[in-house]
Design a protein around this ligand. Sequence first.
Ligand SMILES: CC(C)(COP(=O)(O)OP(=O)(O)OC[C@H]1O[C@@H](n2cnc3c(N)ncnc32)[C@H](O)[C@@H]1OP(=O)(O)O)[C@@H](O)C(=O)NCCC(=O)NCCS
Length: 179
Amino acid sequence: MDLLLCGTLHGPQNRCNVFHSRYYNGCVFQLRKYQPVDFERLLEIDQSCFTTGIAYSEAEMRYFLSMPMSITLVGVRGAHIEGFIIANHYRSRRSSRSVGKIITIDVAPVAQHSGLGSVLISGAEAKLQKAGCDYVSLEVAVDNEPALKFYKKHGYTVLKVLPRYYLDSIDGLLMGKKL
Ligand SMILES: CC(C)(COP(=O)(O)OP(=O)(O)OC[C@H]1O[C@@H](n2cnc3c(N)ncnc32)[C@H](O)[C@@H]1OP(=O)(O)O)[C@@H](O)C(=O)NCCC(=O)NCCS
């Protein structure tokens, strides 16, 4: 995998923080912060990624985007949003450090396996680290093989099985990574 990160996520807010990704077809993606005008596109991407019952409703999506510590980045190719990631962080009771959580990462089917997911998760991890997190966790369905391969490639390991976590029938896996 050949990932070239240029620029920074921590620049002034009015600057576009650019991450170049050299992948298949020479795709180049840009990461930027979520803006309310992006909402419908994010909902559309989520519904194209997940089946009914697992995809977020409009209310759920609004809830996750509005969490006080929410970090949402969108990945853009040209003028078009092709993917996004929502993360959150909170202070652990047992430690003075914060813990990060990936709420969801979604790449539109047409753009999957072209490097955008890697750019999004690296960008979110950098933001979480800057917010004081030294650990990040997430949940994934046991039958989501591309996502499992993706997370393992990014250094996440399985912490425990979450029985019947999705649709009250599919097991989930809690995964984590030290930042
Ligand atoms: C999982 C997801 C975020 C990965 O993003 P992506 O842009 O497709 O992934 P990348 O191109 O950065 O791939 C990085 C690695 O992930 C794995 N991977 C990604 N897509 C894969 C696929 N379709 N099949 C197998 N492995 C895959 C590979 O290990 C890949 O490395 P490689 O390019 O050397 O083969 C994306 O496929 C997606 O949005 N899927 C639908 C929604 C979803 O399942 N989200 C996770 C919910 S927990």
